[in-house]
Design a protein around this ligand. Structure first.
Ligand SMILES: [Zn+2]
Length: 474
């Protein structure tokens, strides 16, 4: 991660280059927006002091805030300013909801869920001013000569425009949040050629960096070690129906401690959970895809029982076994770990699990195996490309984070030699995603026919750790 000094040096060097080449006299695409409200907001105080010590972990009475590693970056900004002598440029920043889905360090072209997203709400036009997009003169000279590149780069500004061509007068096809990643295929001083939603697009080079931004990893929920219970004051807590249980927070002890908390959610394992219904969406709207609950439903099973493997092993046993392996690897790597379940039964429904993760973790990874029978491979549940769903909070503000995390995890698994289904993603309207305010993924590690031996689970845990590392730039 770049230190401040290092980044300052880069900036100075960049300024020197710009001055030296005189390109500032040509056009100055300041491809960014006005001030953002980015960075996850601190949460309310959390964590009741719920008594007994367990496993040597000392419960402490409160925890501080947590914030999303990628920042929430809601709302304002992306101004476009009048172009000197070239009319007023409009249209920038209105196309929120699209995003590069390739996560950090994932393979090229793995983005899914393409297509335009919600067109309202985000990226309100702002008048010219600090950080708006201005152009000194719209004399877009000959197309830049690109040197070939093949790398993942990260957006360093807030609401950075993705252009149809190398000109600030060309169409803005999307705006990207700080920390978003894209694949760069060509570089010039002014413009970078990138692949965005499987098309060649252009972003001002100055707002791209090969280094993952600090905001992606520097978030540190100041949670105390011990039990974490659902706090009724937390956002969306009121939608939970089963919440008498507790998750457990473990803090890494080594000098490599990162200050990043990963919520590991062993899917299923809530006794009685299948006879209780909870709202699919916090706003009461209908589910937009099928799945274990049909499309159109407004309520879903609070926690389903899970499937049974071809060899008779119940899914919840295997998700728990993997969760414990992943916990050990994460702690050893310096991550704090929030374990939703460490026994056969935890009385926390999917909403409670999600809300606890929202408030006590930097990301949320739910472990599952699918109910198909053909050993199809691993994939993550991506957010359906449905405009009403992607316009619903908190999905609207977080679905791109979910995808980035999912892509990173799939990349990690692929690197570990795990079989991947299709492009590694399947669209699904899930309770988990519908209530998540931190990067959150339901990952399916295989299906009923997949091997789930100890060795395979080790491999899966190693792949997931690699994915987490990639996501957080570690
Ligand atoms: Zn499952």
């Amino acid at each position: 991660m770049a230190s401040y000094q290092y980044r300052k040096m880069i900036l100075m060097a960049l300024s020197a280059i710009l001055l030296a080449t005189g390109c500032q006299s040509k056009y100055q695409p300041i491809e960014t927006g006005a001030a953002q409200t980015g960075g996850g907001s601190p949460q309310q105080a959390a964590g009741k002091n719920e008594g007994s010590q367990q496993g040597g972990v000392v419960p402490v009475s409160s925890k501080g805030g947590s914030a999303g590693p990628l920042g929430t970056a809601v709302g304002t900004g992306t101004g476009t300013g009048p172009l000197a002598g070239a009319g007023t440029e409009t249209g920038a920043g209105t196309e929120a909801g699209t995003g590069p889905l390739a996560g950090a360090e994932t393979e090229a072209g793995t983005g899914t869920g393409t297509g335009t997203g919600p067109l309202a709400g985000v990226g309100t036009e702002a008048a010219a001013g600090a950080g708006t997009e201005t152009t000194a003169a719209e004399t877009t000279a000959a197309a830049p000569v690109f040197s070939a590149a093949d790398e993942t780069v990260y957006v360093t500004g807030d609401d950075v425009n993705v252009r149809a061509s190398c000109s600030t007068s060309s169409d803005v096809v999307a705006t990207l949040k700080k920390g978003a990643s894209v694949k760069r295929t060509g570089y010039s001083e002014e413009w970078s050629r990138v692949i965005y939603q499987e098309q060649e697009r252009y972003i001002a080079s100055r707002y791209l960096s090969a280094e993952a931004p600090e905001t992606q990893a520097a978030v540190q929920p100041a949670a105390a070690e011990g039990e974490v219970r659902l706090n009724s004051g937390w956002q969306y807590a009121e939608f939970s129906k089963i919440n008498s249980g507790a998750a457990m927070l473990y803090r890494a002890e080594g000098e490599n401690r990162k200050g990043i908390t990963v919520c590991v959610n062993a899917g299923h394992g809530t006794s009685g959970g299948s006879s209780v219904k909870t709202l699919c969406h916090p706003d009461g709207t209908q589910k937009v895809t099928g799945g274990s609950t049909a499309a159109g439903a407004t309520t879903a099973t609070a926690v389903s029982a899970g499937m049974t493997f071809a060899d008779g092993t119940p899914e919840p046993k295997v998700t728990l076994a993997l969760a414990l392996k992943l916990k050990a690897k994460l702690l050893a790597a310096g991550y704090d770990v929030l374990m939703i379940r460490e026994s056969d039964d935890v009385q926390l429904d999917n909403i409670a699990r999600t809300v606890i993760a929202n408030n006590a973790a930097s990301c949320h990874i739910a472990l599952h195996w699918d109910s198909t029978t053909n050993n199809k491979g691993a994939f993550y549940m991506s957010v359906p490309n449905n405009s009403s769903y992607r316009n619903m909070e908190p999905v609207k503000s977080h679905w791109q984070q979910h995808h980035a995390l999912g892509e990173s995890l799939i990349g990690g698994l692929r690197g570990a030699g795990v079989k991947i289904f299709s492009n590694g993603a399947m669209e699904m309207d899930l309770t988990q995603t519908s209530y998540s305010t931190v990067p959150s993924v339901d990952i399916e590690l295989g299906d009923k026919a997949s091997d789930h031996s100890d060795g395979t689970l080790e491999t899966l845990a190693a792949g997931l750790l690699a994915g987490v590392n990639a996501y957080f730039g570690q």
